[in-house]
Design a protein around this ligand. Structure first.
Ligand code: BES
Ligand code: MN
Ligand code: ZN
Length: 501
């Protein structure tokens, strides 16, 4: 998908579709009012007819409008003029993107930059629009045996031009497009990996995907640790998760170098369980569907590194991916097993389905060697997080409040939101074990918090945040059963806002 800007008169543009906003109560933004005038009040007449009132998300398509060169006009309702919030803007642009994508057109010209939203500048509006268009046109068709049917065999929307009313905004707008397109590249990689079925996307496949990145970007390098290396490092918890699977585990370390070697890196750690059966604490059949998405954290790490490398951000990033498959069977670990982690802490495994924390605790201990500025782990860690927050916020946990504040803010800016939960001493107690240092589960209460508490035992040497993305990274059921790419937008924004100056 290609994005451009233009300072031009909208009525003079020969294009498949010109997109114009309308507000409730007949209020028209600049371009819409202008087109209304040159078309002798055509748009006002449509509004009077009442087919569109300006309510958020309404659309009407007009053909052959007098004195307008575009083949069509798409009118989109944006709600009340003084109530245009960031969320409403996103909703309106999403509607534009899905509507345009359903038409038989290649190209559209969009006048959304002139919409005034409090505290949102042109750069934000453009970044958001580019990402929303990218997501609306994303397809995953690698595993369809036939090309799209006649219903789908239409022109492919592949070009959006944004009208810029003020030429002085051009530079900002161009930069914003660049950032949005880099995010889209990252999102694409993340979603493709996440959606790929688990018989193909196994730990080895993830390692190959990481190696592929190093071919595309000179600034990215990779190191892959094998089972033997994990044994040498004494990663007993990670190894215990891998032992029931025929697929060999991989500990994948990616390094993006955009600054001097002396600059401490931002470290992202991804849970990369390419399929989670629950192990010998087997999941019920219905709960197992969608467990190919248990590597969304890992996929997001690759997405973020792609974003940084694409833009050449002036920072250093390390990505650590703990990739394994959680299978049951005669060689798999048992509930009641005790393992020793790389850090020396012993863990009583009371449920082999709480495997994410077992691979992560060793990956997190491994991170110390990078002398990180901060470590952020991304994991589809608990079903309890879906119960608590649904699909609208990722769970956020931290041992360093300023880091949480940065992530909360980046969430609000990007719309890829997170919500902080506590990891205080009361909850830590739930991890007490009768025979080891800690247990790997903390009972039925506060499941996301006790999972985060478990991780916190391994992150005391650096500033750390944990994002539980079980509810946000994908949809598990229905026709929307696919990866969302979250928290890639959140973390792209975090990098841009906090580390790119
Ligand atoms: N990968 C799951 C978490 C999960 C569940 C993600 C549902 C997405 C949807 C994780 O490994 C898991 O199984 N967690 C258990 C923990 C429990 C055994 C303490 C859970 O959430 O049930
Ligand atoms: Mn599990
Ligand atoms: Zn899992």
């Amino acid at each position: 998908m290609d994005f451009n800007i233009k300072t031009a008169q909208p009525e003079k543009q020969r294009t498949n579709c010109l997109v114009l906003a309308v507000f409730e109560a007949g209020k028209l933004p600049e371009s819409t009012a202008h087109i209304d005038k040159v078309s002798n009040g055509y748009i006002s007449r449509i509004l009077k007819l009442g087919d569109i009132s300006g309510k958020l998300g309404q659309t009407v398509i007009l053909h052959d409008v007098a004195n307008v060169q575009a083949e069509r006009i798409l009118l989109v309702g944006c709600g009340k003029i003084n109530e245009l919030t960031a969320d409403n803007y996103r909703e309106a642009v999403t509607k534009i993107a899905t509507t345009l994508n359903s038409l038989n057109i290649h190209e559209a010209i969009c006048c959304v930059n002139e919409l005034n939203i409090q505290e949102c500048d042109i750069s934000w509006k453009m970044r958001q629009a580019v990402i929303i268009f990218g997501c609306a046109t994303y397809k995953f068709e690698q595993f369809k045996s036939k090309p799209a049917g006649p219903k789908e065999s239409k022109a492919v929307l592949n070009k959006i031009i944004f009208i810029i009313s003020n030429r002085r905004d051009a530079e900002k707008a161009e930069k914003a497009i660049e950032i949005g397109m880099a995010a889209n590249k990252g999102l694409q990689i993340t979603k493709d990996l996440a959606n790929t079925p688990p018989n193909i996307c196994n730990p080895t496949y993830l390692a190959k995907a990481a190696q592929k990145l190093t071919k595309t970007y000179k600034s990215v390098s990779v190191a892959i640790l094998e089972r033997q290396d994990l044994q040498t490092l004494k990663m007993g918890a990670f190894l215990s998760v891998t032992q029931g699977s025929a697929q060999p585990p991989k500990l994948i370390t990616l390094e993006y170098r955009g600054a001097a070697k002396t600059q401490q890196p931002i470290v992202f750690v991804g849970k990369g369980i390419t399929f989670d059966t629950g192990g010998n604490s087997l999941k019920p059949a219905a709960n197992m569907i969608g467990m190919k998405y248990d590597m969304c954290g890992a996929a997001s790490v690759l997405g973020i590194i792609t974003f940084a490398a694409e833009l050449g951000l002036p920072i250093n990033i390390v990505g650590v991916i703990a990739a394994a498959e959680n299978m049951p069977g005669g060689t798999a670990s048992r509930p009641d097993d005790v393992v020793t982690t790389m850090s020396g802490i012993t863990v009583e495994i009371l449920n082999t389905d709480a495997e994410g924390r077992l691979v992560l605790c060793d990956a997190l201990a491994y991170c110390e060697r990078f002398k990180p500025k901060v470590v952020i782990d991304l994991a589809t860690l608990t079903g309890a997080c879906i119960t608590a927050l649904g699909s609208h916020h990722s769970g956020l946990f931290t041992n360093h409040q300023p880091l949480a504040n940065d992530l909360l803010t980046a969430g609000l800016i990007s719309g890829d939101k997170c919500w902080q939960l506590p990891i205080t001493a009361e909850y830590q107690k739930q991890l007490e074990s009768s025979c080891a240092d800690i247990a790997n589960i903390g009972g039925p209460e506060a499941g996301s918090i006790t999972a985060a508490c478990f991780l916190s035992r391994f992150t005391q040497k650096y500033h750390w945040a944990h994002l539980d993305i079980a509810g946000t990274a994908c949809r598990y059921t229905g026709k929307d059963r696919k990866a969302t790419g979250q928290p890639v937008p959140l973390l792209c924004e975090y990098l841009i806002s906090n580390h790119s100056k």
